[in-house]
Design a protein around this ligand. Structure first.
Ligand SMILES: Cc1cc2nc3c(=O)[nH]c(=O)nc-3n(C[C@H](O)[C@H](O)[C@H](O)COP(=O)(O)OP(=O)(O)OC[C@H]3O[C@@H](n4cnc5c(N)ncnc54)[C@H](O)[C@@H]3O)c2cc1C
Length: 362
């Protein structure tokens, strides 16, 4: 990995979407979507190009929202690839799909801020090189705009990795997931990104890119799964013919192609719009892409597993990991239902009261 990373950096293929970036040519979102798709074919490939989650959106967030001292301390070593990072928002004790519930306690003291609480399902926090935790918590006594974003050294006194976590028996070896406790963790005032109470708007700088970049990579994963299904079903026979000759299996492969093509177009449309407009006006397109990709790749992985029989659920093939990851993608970066609710709200605002009349129904 170290020599591959050196080669990629020397070739200018390095953390492309982070700007400014002395190591890479500038790629816009649409251009990057093609690269991310290729990287997404293998779980470890994004790390070769320093484009791995969660570091890539974390770097984008720091480049947009951090001050120059914070950039020097954290963005520079992330950009050179010397350290790793994690974004710590979700908590076991509250429904974290509603960010307003986030309740890790932040108390303002003379020396800075004191943190107490528990986070879980934090991707990358279990990585041996993880040095930075970007923590969202609630400032005590600060009213409704109380959420803050703090840059916390992962090895600070009081931060404990309680355990590594998996999802449906799958472990993320590229960004190991962990549960963390914060017990009287003291950081100084310079750890605050943005102003007190701006935690969500700071977090938004990374959540938008994180969603669309996961979707871009997932298209590549879908391509790998289709190729595996084609090769496996052509290479094995049952009941007197190749498995690929059964209509059912042909249907799975063809449907997978249709779903993936639709998903890719939605991803590219969202990326194209992000190159022209602010994220706040493109959120619907990002949501369409996120939902379509997560559901499609989940469907494809489920059918790939069926196509492989028992081998599909084994550790010998990447299908079990792909299925677990795609299932998780329907929960992280906003569960399907949260995006769908927002989309419904936007649709209902554009209600045309005359539509029933136009169709002669009122
Ligand atoms: C593999 C993996 C990696 C992750 N990495 C990170 C990470 O790096 N950092 C981090 O902070 N978190 C991470 N998470 C956590 C993830 O972001 C949360 O699980 C997600 O936000 C949902 O929060 P929750 O689990 O508390 O579910 P809850 O908030 O308890 O929601 C449970 C369910 O309730 C339903 N629901 C919720 N809201 C609505 C609604 N408005 N309408 C209809 N139904 C609704 C949905 O079905 C939802 O799935 C990760 C999770 C996984 C699985």
């Amino acid at each position: 990995m170290a020599s591959l990373r050196r080669e990629a950096r020397d070739a200018g293929l390095w953390a492309h979407p982070v700007l400014p970036n002395p190591y890479s040519e500038k790629l816009n979102n649409l251009e990057f979507s093609a690269c991310a798709e290729i990287m997404g074919r293998l779980p470890w490939a994004p790390a070769v190009f320093n484009c791995q989650p969660p570091d890539l959106p974390n770097m984008i967030m720091l480049s947009e929202a951090a001050n120059s001292k914070q950039k020097e301390e954290w963005l520079n070593p992330l950009l050179t690839g010397d350290i790793r990072s994690a974004f710590a928002m979700t908590e076991p004790d509250v429904a974290s799909s509603d960010a307003r519930n986030i309740s890790l306690r932040i108390i303002k003291v003379d020396q800075g801020y004191l943190l107490n609480g528990r986070k879980w399902y934090i991707s990358g926090a279990g990585h041996q090189d993880c040095e930075l935790l970007i923590v969202i918590g609630a400032l005590e006594g600060a009213g409704s705009r109380r959420h803050c974003c703090l840059l916390v050294p992962a090895k600070a006194d009081g931060v404990t990795v309680v355990r590594k976590q998996g999802f449906m028996g799958w472990e993320d070896h590229c960004a190991p997931i962990a549960e963390l406790t914060f017990e009287n963790v003291l950081v100084n005032k310079s750890a605050l990104v943005g102003a007190e109470g701006e935690g969500f708007s700071v977090a938004q700088c990374r959540l938008g890119p994180a969603r669309i970049q996961h979707a871009m990579r997932a298209i590549g994963l879908g391509e790998t799964l289709i190729e595996l299904m084609v090769a496996r079903s052509a290479g094995r026979a049952a009941f007197g013919r190749q498995i690929s000759e059964f209509d059912t299996v042909q249907g799975w492969i063809a449907q997978s192609r249709v779903k993936l093509e639709q998903s890719r177009l939605l991803v590219q449309k969202a990326a194209w719009k992000l190159d022209r407009e602010d994220h706040s006006s493109v959120w619907k397109d990002v949501s369409y892409a996120k939902i379509a990709v997560a559901q499609s790749v989940h469907w494809i992985a489920d059918h790939a597993l069926q196509c492989f029989g028992a081998a599909g659920g084994s550790e010998d093939w990447p299908i079990h990991g792909a299925l677990a990851w795609a299932r998780a993608f329907r929960v992280f970066d906003g569960p399907d239902e949260v995006h769908l609710r927002q989309i419904y709200k936007a649709e209902s605002k554009s209600e045309n009261p005359d539509v029933l009349f136009e169709y002669g129904l009122a």
